[in-house]
Design a protein around this ligand. Structure first.
Ligand SMILES: Cc1cc2nc3c(=O)[nH]c(=O)nc-3n(C[C@H](O)[C@H](O)[C@H](O)COP(=O)(O)OP(=O)(O)OC[C@H]3O[C@@H](n4cnc5c(N)ncnc54)[C@H](O)[C@@H]3O)c2cc1C
Ligand code: FES
Length: 302
């Protein structure tokens, strides 16, 4: 007889072994609606990041679930906690969503131990989105640093699927080292097949790396920017988008044509718990996507 595998590989984690329990909605103060879901596939991207394909179990809810590029969901691992994660797949794709998750702490570590078929809960989608409809007929710069490629992937898919709606599209991506590059199996598709100019750089190369070495702002030297007809979407650590947005401002792009995703610690995702606010602005409701002008006017946002 084959031994039944526990949906999470928690055999080494005696201190956090708790029963998986979905019947605790009544005990949670902040639940809107949690969709019971399952992890249907797991793809290791790097040592720290995995891509999870997640399917909502209820057929009608799954069919109805839709989101815009830049939005996030709250992912609940029953018994462990709930965390905000950007949706990384194409908004037009039905059936399952993809979440690229870096191992950071308690919940993400237990998710990294999940096996196919593991149950999770999904609430959402939440938050503002990249106003990609506004960018029709213009050039687009899609710029990501490190894990920032996870939220950027949904707008990349949107642009690819609607390629004729946009003029020149550039993806600029940078990480610290080659082993940290995410989704490198898709670069050829983006670059060659979708007619998108892709430039990748790493801060520190290794013997296997034949590509560019340098900072993400160096990649902007190689792009001809027509500021009046260009929009930019920038995802990454705040320090990165500060440098990138300053540089784009010097190129003449208006601040309200640059959009960034601002991540704060979140708990409820819907304006009730006051965990995510910057002054009187709740990033879960008014964000995570803001234009750069708004970000500069939010005190201590970056
Ligand atoms: C809107 C939004 C979208 C996000 N999208 C993604 C995504 O697509 N992929 C992904 O891997 N992560 C994403 N994050 C970050 C993710 O939510 C955190 O890494 C996660 O909550 C950590 O939970 P944990 O229990 O594993 O870690 P904890 O045990 O709670 O904390 C471990 C470490 O992670 C840090 N941390 C906790 N929350 C955050 C946060 N919100 N931002 C940055 N650092 C944090 C803590 O300071 C601590 O150092 C997103 C966050 C937000 C707000
Ligand atoms: S996460 Fe609760 S108010 Fe924003």
């Amino acid at each position: 007889m084959t031994e039944l595998l526990h949906p999470y590989d928690i055999t080494q984690e005696a201190d956090i072994m708790q029963p998986l329990d979905f019947n605790r909605r009544s005990r949670l103060k902040h639940v809107d609606r949690t969709f019971k879901s399952e992890i249907i596939n797991i793809i290791r991207l790097t040592e720290m990041e995995k891509l999870f394909q997640v399917r909502i179990l209820d057929d009608t809810a799954r069919e109805r679930f839709s989101f815009r590029p830049g939005q996030f969901v709250m992912v609940e691992v029953p018994g462990y906690g709930e965390i905000p994660i950007s949706i990384s797949s194409s908004p037009s794709h039905k059936g399952f969503i993809e979440l690229c998750i870096r191992k950071a702490g308690l919940v993400t570590t237990i998710l990294h131990k999940a096996r196919r078929g593991a149950p999770i809960g999904i609430r959402g989608p939440f938050g503002t989105h990249f106003p990609i409809e506004k960018m029709r007929g213009c050039n687009i710069l899609l710029i990501a640093g490190g894990l920032g490629l996870a939220p950027l992937r949904a707008p990349i898919f949107h642009v690819i699927e609607n390629r004729s709606n946009f003029k020149d599209v550039h993806i600029l991506y940078g990480t610290r080292q080659p082993s940290m590059l995410l989704f490198n199996y898709q670069y050829e598709e983006w670059d060659r097949i979708a007619d998108i100019d892709l430039k990748v750089t790493v801060e520190h190369g290794d013997e296997s790396w034949t590509g560019q070495v340098g900072m993400i702002t160096d990649l902007l030297d190689e792009v001809d920017i027509a500021p009046k007809e260009t929009y930019a979407i920038i995802c990454g650590p705040p320090v990165m988008f500060k440098f990138v947005c300053n540089r784009l401002t010097k190129e003449g792009i208006q601040m309200n044509r640059m959009f960034v995703s601002l991540e704060r610690r979140m708990h409820c995702g819907m304006g009730k718990c006051c965990r995510c606010n910057i002054g009187s602005t709740y990033t879960c409701l008014s964000g995570p996507v803001f234009d750069y002008w708004t970000v500069l006017n939010l005190k201590e946002a970056i």
